[in-house]
Design a protein around this ligand. Structure first.
Ligand SMILES: [Mg+2]
Length: 220
């Protein structure tokens, strides 16, 4: 039996800063929309963002860039748009050092609700793929947004790990914290902006997270 604990990381806004996603979703797509419908960029941005909000992040379409290209009937290809902005993919500053620190003692995986195309471009561009034994895209691999407990259970099953031997961290209070916690996973809420009140399981960055998991009862 393998005694190493499993640590799962959310990807966007946990390992990868939001710049790339902002460029693709909030600038790149509105630019194409403005071109197609001959409207100003700010009109295009407000139309596009209101459509995103109408669909909402609880729907699978939210994550599917091919869906949005079809929906808005945008010119060009979504692959080209993703490539065009790949130089904007960036890790948060502490990530590499924390991965170097944790990789020898834990099994590291990624659980993202971003589509597989985003997971691949983001892990390749930042050269972090080698730290992870596996990456999961809940939307592409299971057809589910990450909020489902079934998704976590399925991933733990695939990894052959019990919830009591697993740790998860991410920046979405419900998907990354409440849901895994309910399943008995040691979950941490990554609160980089200090949005929530102090909590034993809230961490301000991944360095703080690494200290917490090694010293679970200390107050830092
Ligand atoms: Mg996230």
């Amino acid at each position: 039996m393998n005694k190493k604990k499993l640590i799962s990381f959310d990807l966007d806004c946990t390992l990868i800063d939001p710049t790339y996603n902002t460029f693709v979703w909030e600038i790149g797509i509105p630019q194409l929309y403005a071109k197609k419908y001959q409207v100003s960029l700010s009109e295009a941005a407000s139309s596009v963002i209101s459509e995103y909000q109408r669909v909402g992040d609880g729907a699978i379409e939210w994550y599917d860039i091919a869906y949005w290209f079809r929906f808005f009937e945008l010119p060009g290809s979504w692959q080209d748009l993703m490539e065009e902005h790949r130089d904007k993919v960036r890790l948060f500053p502490e990530v590499k050092a924390v991965m170097e620190d944790l990789a020898p003692s834990y099994h590291l995986i990624i659980i993202s609700n971003a589509a597989r195309e985003f997971v691949e471009i983001e892990t390749k561009e930042t050269e972090i793929a080698n730290y992870f034994v596996r990456t999961f895209s809940t939307t592409s691999d299971f057809g589910q947004v990450k909020k489902t407990p079934e998704c976590y259970e399925e991933i733990l099953g695939i990894m052959g790990t019990k919830p009591s031997n697993a740790i998860h961290v991410g920046d979405h209070y419900e998907f990354d914290y409440l849901i895994p916690k309910q399943l008995g996973i040691e979950a941490y809420y990554l609160d980089r902006d200090g949005k929530k009140p102090e909590d034993q399981y809230a961490v301000k960055d991944l360095k703080h997270f690494a200290i917490r998991i090694k010293n679970p009862l200390t107050s830092i």
